[in-house]
Design a protein. Sequence first.
Length: 685
Amino acid sequence: MKYAISFFIAGIATIMFSGCTGNVKESSEVQKVYPAIETGNMDTSINPGDDFFMYVNGNWVKNNPIPSDKNSWSAFAEISERNRTDIKSIIENAASQKDAAEGSISMQIGSFYNAGMDTSKIEMSGIEPLNELFAKIESIKSVDDVQSVAAYLQKFGIGPFFYIFPNSDQKNSEMVIANLFQSGLGLPDRDYYFRTDPASRNILQAYNDHLKKMFILLKYSEESAAKNAQTIMNIETRLAKVSFTNVENQDPQKTYNKVTIDDLAKLAPGFDWKAYMVNIGYPQITEVNAYQPAFLKELGRMMQTVPVEDWKTFLKWNLINQAAAYLSSDFEKQNFDFYHRTLSGQEKPESRWKRVLDVTSGSLGEAIGQLYVKEYFPPEAKQKMIVLVGNLKQSLKQRIENLSWIGSETKKEALAKLEKMNVKVGYPDKWRDYSGLKVTDSYVTNILNSGKFEFEYSMNKVGKPVDRTEWGMTPQTVNAYYNPSLNEIVFPAAILQPPFFNINADDAVNYGGIGLVIGHEMTHGFDNMGRQFDKDGNLHDWWTPEDVKSFNEHTQVLVDEYNKFEVLDSLYINGKLTLGENIADLGGATVAFNAYRLSLAGKPEPELIDGFTGNQRFFLSFGQIWRNTMREQELRKRVLTDEHSPARFRVNGTVFNMPEFYAAFPQVKPGDRYYRDENMRPVIW
């Protein structure tokens, strides 16, 4: 569950996948000297050909049980915990300022955080801060009222039927257009409503029980709560039937359906689209991209057939479901019990300060980010990263030029796209203004106000030129992304830490870490989705038919390979769902290794370190950045819904497709568990 729904950024592909001086304050953690390769984490009793992931991380897995307040533990989680300590000092400093000027950043940060930590007031208030919204829902008398109140909720970032958000027009990347994206489901994915295996049936029953318990907390009788739960299940199941699958939602051709509001009215006549745009405050919107037309068409039919009282129940559920995590402990605990314990296996909630810190950091992202980079991210780190990106670009350029499976015409366009690919490192050049966000002493009210602030901020972009200086992640986010509509790769400051980037490490390790991250994001520009966008970010077919056919043949090998990876008993990776990330992993590792070898030009081969060659250390570094353990429930959920393969298969599925890996580890032989014959190793980028 996200801390709040604000607006949807379509098409972004993520990796989820140094010491400094001067005036920059270093985290106490960053001041530590981290080993380049933590050999104690390795289990060298394992044959690297049987499981390279466990060869690199076996002892780490044994010695790092998942904390009871986590659903998984990983290198990403380790960095995130370090970051939380850094961000906590920033927030607590702001929260302790008694004389902060009204409306100042310090006042907003401190007040937001303090409101979340004031559990006495939260307990005493109960659902009182939501009374106005519940009263609006209760006052509904007609279908028109249903849509009007849904529009009102939309303005707070709550999308009971669909999300409406801005994004660059995929066929005119210089302009921002409004987009409609299916919503309305309380479960992680539409297929949860239809799977018949025992684990899925148990989750569906647990969800039904959760619905009943939430309505009982809203003071409904057990009989009424059970009836309401069935109403929700009926509506959500009907919406799920016409929702795109997660694979369909990755298809930019299928999800680009630009229509006028008049055309939308013809498609889904049961919904008053013009009135809806007026009610959300944007009557000037005359065209939208309808991601899933069939969903909107069915929504229009449902408006004409589902009783108004049922819609009222549905809206109440959407409101309380979005707010539960920020209310009194009874709602908070029930929300945790289903969304975290049942779905992810998490045993207990994280400390309250961590949860409130994450929400505060999300709601005031760049305000906190501005303070974060000032204290923890030096200009030197940004410059080092820019140099690395340049090296990786040169490597990918060389790879494209030497590929044999695409023709000269497509190569020319691919090279032009690579040349124009924009790079953002660390933090934005200009910061957002949060002065319009009203912060009170009520935690859930602040959440709603933040949703409203984000909604207005984002929707005000519609009909205007794209602002290419904006970022889709905050500087304190441990992640990275590629945006095909902007043809840009973005690396927030927080990811530039060990084990991804280590100022004390040899080049092989940094190329296997942050170099892999850079190469991964670059390759997203040429994966199964990214390749459909041209150098300017427009959805445009710049491939010859022959090269498209060749691309599909090469990538199908990867689909088939990952389809055979069994994660849990009878649960396999979805090769189509994960294809883009698997292409980026394989391409990123190949490009990063090539860049590492290019960096050695004119230099002698590095001496052995810890008994390993430079080439071996590259792959050890790649393996260690993906160290990860995950609870079975969370692993099951990720396999069913996440476009990223589980970490073990990201590593093994990548290295055993690379001839460079076999050369680095000659002990890997035919007959080993993951060994792949040469004719089964796809060459993509």
